[in-house]
Design a protein around this ligand. Structure first.
Ligand code: ATR
Length: 276
């Protein structure tokens, strides 16, 4: 019998951990599957996805820069994908069409609440960035019960647009990046900017991190290190990278495709050892 086929699409994609993660999950259930990393430039993405599914592909993960394009390709969209406007998982529908899902925000919240045992209710939250990654987590932070969500972005228009899209003026506010030094302190600070990936430092004021602050970078490895060093120096109670989020979002994709829930912890621990 031919192995089930899955793939992750991105550009670049060579450093993706998704193939290793999905094979580790599959071993937990004795499943045989192929999981390949497919590098597709933006103008080749739609055709590459269509070719993959026409050739028997059963599900795909989608990462930068294709998440909005993946959403547009699908004929059906989950509630979360619809509010975020992008997708990180594609599943095949019985009629051959595609369904788009977005598991990023749920994965981050589950990493914080279940792996790190922090209840987000009541947290005054600062969200740094207002691009695709920030959209992916904003609604889930609110669903998790944060007290307030302050969005700060280098270009203020994008922060305003995200706040407007959320439409909860009682809990969601925007501030200017230049004012970060005098907007008080926060219980939860989420770095959703791409500064770390681009190799630049955010140079954040230490006063932002309150005494019980949880500082969370959506990226991991070298891309997260500047923010995490800042958080530890600022005295944050927790300084977490997004490796756990990656595992949880992968587990959600796995469950959508295989109807089984993998145990993320052993895979997380094994990958964590590579980043220490
Ligand atoms: P992603 O999908 O990773 O979110 P994106 O949609 O291009 O990528 O968004 C990148 C985010 O990082 C934006 O919020 C961007 O701010 P601008 O909208 O002002 O460009 C933010 N960002 C990138 N580099 C930054 C830096 N050096 N300082 C502050 N914000 C930065």
């Amino acid at each position: 019998m031919k192995a089930m086929q899955f793939a992750v699409f991105g550009h670049p994609i060579s450093h993706s951990l998704s193939p290793v993660i999905h094979q580790a999950f599959a071993r937990q259930f004795g499943l045989q599957l192929e999981y390949t990393a497919i590098d597709a430039a933006p103008d080749e993405f739609a055709e590459a996805v269509q070719r993959f599914f026409a050739g028997g592909g059963q599900g795909a993960n989608v990462t930068l820069p294709h998440k909005a394009a993946a959403f547009a390709l699908a004929g059906k969209h989950s509630v979360q994908a619809t509010r975020v406007g992008s997708a990180n998982v594609l599943t095949r529908l019985p009629d051959g069409g595609l369904a788009a899902h977005n598991t990023d925000g749920a994965g981050m919240v589950r990493d914080i609440t279940e792996r790190h045992h922090v209840d987000l209710r009541g947290h005054d939250t600062l969200l740094l960035g207002a691009g695709g990654a920030a959209h992916g987590v904003a609604w889930n932070l609110l669903d998790a019960g944060v007290e307030s969500l302050t969005i700060v972005n280098r270009s203020p228009e994008a922060a305003d647009a995200l706040a407007d899209a959320i439409g909860e003026p009682g809990r969601v506010h925007t501030r200017y990046w230049k004012d970060l030094g005098n907007i008080g302190s926060y219980d939860l600070i989420v770095n959703a900017t791409s500064a770390g990936v681009l190799g630049t430092s955010l140079r954040l004021p230490f006063a932002l991190a309150g005494a019980r602050a949880l500082c969370y970078d959506l990226s991991y490895g070298a891309a997260a290190s500047d923010f995490l060093v800042w958080a530890k120096t600022a005295g944050a109670r927790y300084a977490l990278d997004g490796l756990g989020m990656l595992l949880e979002t992968a587990a959600d994709a796995f469950e959508l495709w295989h109807r089984r829930r993998p145990d993320t912890e052993p895979v997380y621990q094994s990958l964590r050892r590579q980043y220490e």
